[in-house]
Design a protein around this ligand. Structure first.
Ligand code: PRP
Length: 183
């Protein structure tokens, strides 16, 4: 594939498209084994999840449904405000459902801590967290994912759904953004 203009803003590739694809297939198989006898509801956390969601549900061929919720705690900032707002709510009754929450990245943990409580309050039977990337060094809330694609260092990463000021989400790989772009 031709290099894009966006590639020039990337310091180094952290996980290639092929590596991400292979890991998503592995995660899909593991989730399949755990959930094959149930009818889970995959809940994607917008917007960052959109590519991972599309890939993980195809890597996991079980009877299931999908839903999305959109939240915001960052705005255009680099640090989570800790104040998580639902900007688009679920369109489904989740009472008694087994949820598989799909995230692109678990960072401070503010988003998933808030959402786990929210889903349990709404009557979910269980909440299983799947995140493609995990930055444990940044954690502020006591929350752990059940399935993690890759642990990543505390660097500014973009691509495969992850943005900087809403851009770079369409890069097929995940890379470290050059500091001069955001400093
Ligand atoms: C990002 C990401 C997670 C959240 C993780 O979303 O998609 O939802 O931050 O960070 P946390 O663990 O510190 O809460 P963001 O609010 O940037 O919105 P986006 O998905 O639209 O990019």
């Amino acid at each position: 594939m031709a290099n894009s203009m966006m590639d020039q803003d990337i310091l180094r590739v952290l996980h290639s498209e092929e590596e991400i694809h292979a890991r998503v297939q592995e995660l899909g198989s593991q989730i399949y084994e755990e959930f094959k006898d149930r009818n889970p509801l995959f809940v994607g956390v917008l917007k960052g999840c959109f590519l991972f969601m599309a890939d993980i549900i195809r890597a996991c061929q079980i009877k299931s449904e999908i839903e999305f919720i959109a939240v915001s705690s960052y705005g255009n900032a680099r640090e989570s405000s800790g104040n998580v707002q639902i900007t688009r709510d679920l369109g489904h009754d989740i009472t008694g459902r087994d949820l598989i929450v799909v995230e692109d990245i678990l960072d401070s943990g503010n988003t998933l801590y808030f959402l786990t409580q929210y889903f349990m309050t709404k009557g979910a039977a269980s909440v299983t967290i799947v995140t493609l990337f995990d930055k444990p060094e940044r954690r502020e809330k006591p929350i752990k994912a059940d399935y993690v694609g890759f642990q990543v260092p505390n660097e500014f990463i973009v691509g495969y759904g992850l943005d900087y000021r809403q851009q770079y989400r369409n890069l097929p790989y995940v890379g470290v953004l050059k500091p001069e772009i955001y400093e």
